[in-house]
Design a protein around this ligand. Structure first.
Ligand SMILES: [Zn+2]
Length: 414
């Protein structure tokens, strides 16, 4: 009878997942989705130990051990020797949070209490550390948001003073915008890149820039999007900035503050029932011009494809039909593409918000990006933003083009 109870006890312990075992061991969940690196409770070090709740695996680089069962992980963390029966049962007892049915062969009650106290201390230390970390992350985010707001607030409205912004958009095929409630102009904004020998940030460039806000559902600016302008520099009319050390071409656009969950308003009012937007500002603005800035429409940009479409369900990932990339051994492998199915538990902040009142959401695809990846992302965006009674057409420009380039071409021909 005792043997049956013990066999059942061990079977139950073997069935405990790495995730549950980690909780009972008081291990730290770092907040990233599946992988949780940390110092090994037994060997010490920093990030020597990790467990993965998706792969159901753990390993310790310091101890050179690992595996896929909670019993083994508990034994390593608590310094138990699995070859000794009493220790093995103790490890089972830890992952089950139940005492061993056979009292005879256990560690002494005192030892067990000591271990329970140790686990409790570990749990509390991890909680305190996690709380402190999220505190500083929140402060950092708030500081960045304030800086972004300050840049936007200091910039001039496009109507009267922001001529270079209107000229830039006209040059990019976005027509004569006149004024914009949202877009602004900074005459001499610094482009910070790298640090000097004393660790201070270096202004690599300063010049005219178009400033757009990222707004949340309450229309509050949570970030800003900056495009540096150089009207003498065709065809993109943006300055060519190079990293002084590597000579690498740097992006002439930057985002400050928060982007996630926000969107860049371009023209019109978000209370409109028809919304039109895609990845970039120029594309949305070119399409708005082509439609002659429909008064019933709100035009926007997401800033990037990820913010337009949101994260993909991992199971919908697929191999690109033609693109290949060498793996670590130099063997060409198909490039994996984020799939068309949105993650089932989407967070509010992992893609643009769309007003509940929106009945038509026109999504603009970007055909100068990789076609398969873009198509999957557009399908994902449509699925994510779908609501009963809402139409979500996807509009594609000519292959290899975007709407801004098409409009600019058409203007040249005319
Ligand atoms: Zn270890």
């Amino acid at each position: 009878m005792m043997e049956d109870a013990l066999a059942l006890f061990v079977e139950d312990a073997r069935a405990v997942s790495i995730e549950d075992a980690a909780k009972r061991l008081g291990l730290r969940f770092s907040g990233s989705r599946y992988e949780h690196p940390q110092p090994c409770p037994h060997c010490g070090g920093t990030d020597t130990f990790a467990f993965n709740t998706a792969k159901n695996k753990w390993n310790c680089r310091a101890g050179g051990v690992g595996g896929n069962d909670g019993i083994g992980m508990a034994a390593h963390c608590e310094g138990l020797d699995l070859h000794r029966r009493a220790h093995f049962l103790e490890a089972c007892s830890i992952v089950l949070d139940r005492s061993v049915p056979d009292e005879a062969e256990q560690e002494s009650a005192e030892e067990r209490n000591r271990r329970l106290r140790r686990i409790e201390q570990r749990r509390r230390a991890n909680e305190m550390q996690a709380a402190g970390k999220s505190g500083t992350q929140l402060e950092f985010r708030e500081r960045e948001r304030q800086r972004a707001r300050a840049i936007y607030d200091a910039a001039a409205p496009v109507g009267r003073y922001g001529r270079p912004v209107a000229d830039y958009l006209a040059a990019r095929g976005c027509g004569e915008i006149g004024s914009s409630r949202w877009l602004r102009y900074a005459s001499n904004l610094a482009y910070w890149h790298g640090q000097d020998e004393r660790g201070r940030p270096v202004a690599l460039h300063a010049g005219p820039a178009m400033i757009a806000p990222f707004i949340d559902r309450s229309l509050t600016a949570i970030g800003c999007h900056i495009t540096w302008l150089d009207l003498a520099c065709a065809p993109k009319f943006r300055p060519q900035l190079f990293d002084p050390a590597s000579g690498e071409l740097l992006p002439s656009k930057k985002m400050r503050g928060s982007k996630k969950g926000g969107l860049i308003p371009l023209f019109g009012d978000p209370s409109a029932r028809r919304w039109v937007g895609g990845e970039g500002i120029e594309n949305g603005a070119a399409f708005a011009c082509w439609e002659n800035w429909r008064p019933d429409t709100f035009y926007f940009a997401a800033g990037d494809l990820g913010n337009l479409a949101g994260p993909a369900d991992a199971a919908s990932r697929f191999a690109h039909p033609t693109l290949k990339k060498p793996d670590a051994k130099g063997v060409p492998r198909p490039v994996m593409v984020a799939g068309p199915v949105p993650r089932t538990d989407p967070g509010d902040e992992d893609a643009i918000w769309v007003g509940d009142h929106v009945e038509e959401l026109v999504l603009l695809a970007d055909a100068d990006s990789e076609r398969v990846m873009t198509a999957a992302a557009m399908a994902r965006a449509r699925a994510r933003h779908a609501r009963p009674g809402r139409a979500i057409p996807i509009v594609w420009p000519r292959p290899g083009c975007d709407f801004a380039a098409m409009a600019a071409q058409a203007a040249r021909v005319a």
